[in-house]
Design a protein. Sequence first.
Length: 223
Amino acid sequence: MTSCFVNPKHKPTWLQPARLAIASWAAVIAVGDHAGAASGRNQRAVASVESRASGAPIMAIVSLRSQRITVYDANGRILRAPVSSGQKGRETPAGIFSVIQKEAEHYSNLYDDAYMPHMQRITWSGIALHGGPLPGHPASHGCIRMPYNFAARLFGATRLGMRVIVAPTDVAPVEIAHPALFSLKPGAGAVAATRAAEAQEAASKADQARLAAVRPLKKPRGR
């Protein structure tokens, strides 16, 4: 079993973190023209799209066309919110990224110390997820603005390395099967869940230590 990206009309299902490389490559295929980036502006509601208890986020997909971010855990969608991406001439680049820095209280080094709360950097050139005003259309200098409360919630749930996919269109992960793919042994799921929990706890501690270490240092140039 593994995952790929298709039109979200197909219901997204179970997603394995270890197979994100294949999923991410499929997302690259979905990356195309930015022409539709300004549509879907009326979808402004912040929503928890699953009533079940959610696990740690492993992937966020930003649709430039719908101006929306959807967050997934290992079992499917868990959160969704509107965004405001880069305005014309400063468009947010499409591609496959990862969270490489987190800072709860961040001020822009390029744009008059603009406040960027709960910043999660995805490129060293200045592209990040953060809380900000949402006018209903692309309006940033390239960053991905999210509702303030949503940005705070997402910041508290993610860790460094989480995959962030920025796509011009709407894509979503779905489950696929093929005889050539590996299959789980009986009982392997419980073992994997235990090890994943242990890894998540260790990663969380490592993230906290890393953030504590970089706070006294000079901030890198970026938005």
